[in-house]
Ligand binder design. Structure first.
Ligand code: ADP
Ligand code: MG
Length: 729
């Protein structure tokens, strides 16, 4: 009983350097704890393990034995069956010496997966064939090889008293069954797992105790226990993560004082809404009310504004910024690209026109990017410091040395990259520094360009409040989306005719390509070549513009201007137009080599059309330069199937899984071993609310009943500061 969770796996009997090496390299298992946290992928239901002498035809049974040999014969077509059938039969010998057969249909590969000498459990219904007992298409669980020292008798014995056999993610040289053995030994030698959740909390949430949960997930006597054990351990992972996030938030709040930017009754924000050419949607109104509460509260706002493409986030953001102005302060809107900054600056100027822009008594709005001239920059910086500029739109140029505000009240960050958590934290921290009044922190509103599933938002942005714009402005018609593969080459010509007709009717079209210039390593259309081809051969009668990241800012701006004004009817581009570009007359979005793009990118790109009312179209050309992978096809089909960004975000999560979405240690969520964010949404929400209420009463988890919580959070994520470091990458 001396084994400890932090011991290296070599502390387990039978684990030498070779096996330890394999475990470390292939499964990232170094310590006993890693082994215990290497959870089963599923369970093999062994049923009752029986000996041949005990079974009758028609019984469900699990029979264990050693594979002796295989044979395959082909049965010619007969009756309704129009094709020949391959029948693969294996002979299997039980420990008692009795032999039975297993039969598979059109699964010749079984013989190579289960070569002679393999010991496996076969579960299925017992039948007979030519007088011998037979299992037809049984469920198979390999247990090991006789040559590898496996004793079929002992294996049968093991299974006999444990119907559900854990099946682990395994690798070459460490099969699942080896892991069963190691876990069994570890669980025998480890002392009871120490409970960290208070009894009352376990009762309230119907949670199993920790010790039986850890044992039960590996060796469940029945599916009910396996499920209860999983529920408990998923809760632990998510609750610990949320406690970490909420503690960090509490710490930030305790250290900072907010600014009162409460909406005023008669002011610019109110006038702005009154004079809009349209009514705000219900969702926009709700969002403004929620944000208004935050703006007026004494602690700084940390809010995430989520909404599908075109749901009208900009309006909400502008309103929040005007609240700062109404309170005599300034506001900044930070965006990731120059094209977007210019776009937002123009939008702001238009939206604020009724209030007067850059005129006496009007709102002072400026733009600051890295291509702002030196003279203009000097003037803007001076006026910012004097408090004469009310609103500023800019790129990361806003974060440079020398940018100082007289009194920065509200910061809006429009994110391009969905998961730029570390970036956001850096930006907000920097923002706090740029304020003259260092004792108070501005209110921060983060906008995501693409919806993310709620569970993911709560995990990635667990320290933010979330507002969702779940309603599109009226009159939007769904964008007709079509997938065109190489096999349908004639549809390309048709599309070009359609595109010309749209252009002649005063509409415009985007053609997006994955590359600027031809890539030496990757197949795919280059924007430069496509522009050339469309301009000279396909649409000699139209004006085709080109925009990509290697043009100078003024070249880019000129191309965008021409397209916006209708001087150019077709715009060939790279994904620089992915986010936020808003040309209401654009009705067609063509994406070349669409399989190269991710779901959210495709959705963003498609969101560039359908903004002006009227029918819009999105055409995804896929498989023209390269084969489409299965995942690729799934992505494209999802995009073609729905225009609902939240549904697509869920599809993305399901196709890629959280592991890939998170990349590096961008957030503690990368540590989730058992929880699945698309399945466990309810637990994510519950643990977040719970963590919030615990931390609200006891930010440092110092109360006696919270000491164990604190120890666990620190064990998993280090102390608060280490947790912060993890998040800022
Ligand atoms: P996104 O959420 O993608 O940033 P925008 O804020 O760019 O969306 O808004 C998309 C378009 O919808 C803009 O042209 C905007 O003027 C318009 N819009 C926003 N809110 C409304 C509304 N309530 N009614 C009608 N049109 C609206
Ligand atoms: Mg926008």
């Amino acid at each position: 009983m001396s084994l400890h969770l932090d011991d290296p796996v070599t502390a387990l009997p039978g684990v030498g350097p070779k096996l330890a090496g394999r475990l470390a390299e292939g499964l990232n298992i170094h310590t006993v704890r890693d082994l215990i946290e290497h959870y089963p992928r599923r369970y093999h239901d062994a049923g009752e393990v029986l000996d041949l002498s005990e079974v009758d035809e028609g019984d469900p049974a699990t029979l264990i034995g050693e594979v002796l040999d295989w044979s395959t014969r082909r049965v010619p077509p007969k009756g309704k069956r129009r094709r020949a059938l391959d029948v693969t039969t294996g002979r299997v010998r039980q420990a008692s010496g009795a032999v039975f057969t297993v039969t598979f249909f059109n699964q010749w590969w079984r013989s190579s997966r289960l070569p002679a000498g393999t010991v496996a459990a076969f579960s299925g219904e017992v039948g007979s064939f030519k007088g011998a007992l037979q299992l037809k298409s049984p469920d198979v669980q390999p247990l090991g090889r006789v040559a590898g020292g496996l004793d079929p008798d002992a294996a049968a014995e093991r299974l006999a008293h444990q119907r559900l056999l854990a099946v682990y993610p395994a690798i070459d040289g460490v099969p699942s069954f080896k892991l069963n053995e190691l876990v069994e030994v570890a669980l025998e030698q480890l002392p009871p797992f120490k409970e960290w959740l208070p009894q009352a909390l376990r009762d309230e949430h119907g949670l199993m105790d920790l010790d039986p949960a850890v044992r039960g997930i590996h060796q469940p006597p029945d599916p009910g226990v396996a499920q209860a054990a999983r529920d408990r351990l998923v809760f632990d992972e998510l609750f610990a993560l949320q406690l970490g996030l909420q503690r960090r938030r509490a710490r930030l709040e305790a250290e900072t004082v907010g600014l009162d930017n409460e909406p005023v009754e008669v002011g610019r924000a109110a006038t702005f809404v009154e004079r809009l050419p349209f009514e705000p949607t219900g969702a926009q109104t709700r969002a403004m009310a929620g944000i208004g509460d935050d703006l007026g509260s004494p602690s700084p706002m940390h809010r995430l504004l989520q909404g599908d493409v075109g749901s009208g986030k900009t309006l909400v953001a502008v309103w929040a910024m005007l609240c700062a102005v109404d309170n005599g302060r300034q506001a900044a809107l930070m965006v990731p690209t120059e094209v977007l900054a210019e776009q937002h600056h123009r939008t702001l100027t238009e939206l604020l026109a009724p209030l007067g822009v850059n005129v006496l008594d009007g709102v002072r709005v400026e733009l600051l990017t890295s291509s702002t001239t030196r003279t203009a920059r000097r003037r803007i910086l001076g006026e910012l410091l004097e408090g004469r500029v009310d609103l500023i739109v800019g790129t990361h140029a806003l974060l440079e040395e020398g940018v100082r505000f007289a009194d920065l009240g509200v910061v809006v960050i429009d994110e391009q990259h969905r998961f730029g958590v570390s970036q956001r934290v850096r930006l907000t921290d920097k923002t706090a520094d740029t304020g003259m009044d260092r004792s108070a922190t501005p209110d921060v509103l983060v906008m995501t360009a693409t919806p993310i599933p709620r569970s993911l938002a709560l995990t990635l942005y667990g320290d933010l409040d979330v507002t969702v714009l779940d309603e599109l402005p009226p009159g939007r018609e769904p964008i007709n989306t079509q997938l065109i593969t190489r096999q349908q080459a004639d549809r390309r010509e048709k599309l070009y005719r359609f595109l010309r007709a749209q252009a002649q009717a005063g509409h415009r079209a985007y053609v997006v390509c994955p590359f600027v210039e031809e890539s030496e390593t990757l197949p795919g259309t280059a924007a430069v070549d496509e522009h050339q081809r469309l301009a000279s051969t396909v649409f000699p009668d139209l004006d085709v513009a080109l925009v990509h990241g290697r043009l100078t800012p003024s070249e880019k701006e000129e191309a965008m201007r021409a397209f916006r004004a209708g001087d150019s009817q077709v715009l060939v581009s790279t994904t620089v137009i992915e986010v936020g570009v808003d040309v209401p007359e654009a009705t067609v979005m063509v994406i070349e080599d669409a399989e190269r793009f991710g779901i959210s990118q495709l959705h963003q790109l498609r969101g560039r059309v359908g903004r002006g009312g009227g029918r819009s179209f999105c055409v995804l050309f896929a498989g023209w330069s390269a084969q489409i992978t299965d995942d690729g096809l799934q992505r494209l089909e999802a995009v073609a199937r729905t225009t609902d960004g939240f549904e697509l975000a869920e599809a993305d999560l399901a196709i890629r899984g959280e592991g890939q979405l998170f990349g590096q240690a961008q957030s503690g969520a990368a540590d989730l071993k058992l929880a699945k964010l698309n399945q466990d949404v309810e637990v994510v929400e519950r643990t977040r609310d719970l963590a919030r209420s615990v931390v609200a009463d006891d930010p440092d988890l110092k109360a006696p009943e919270h000491v164990d919580l604190r120890t666990e959070v620190i064990r998993r994520y280090g102390d608060v500061d280490a947790f912060a470091a993890l998040r800022t990458g």
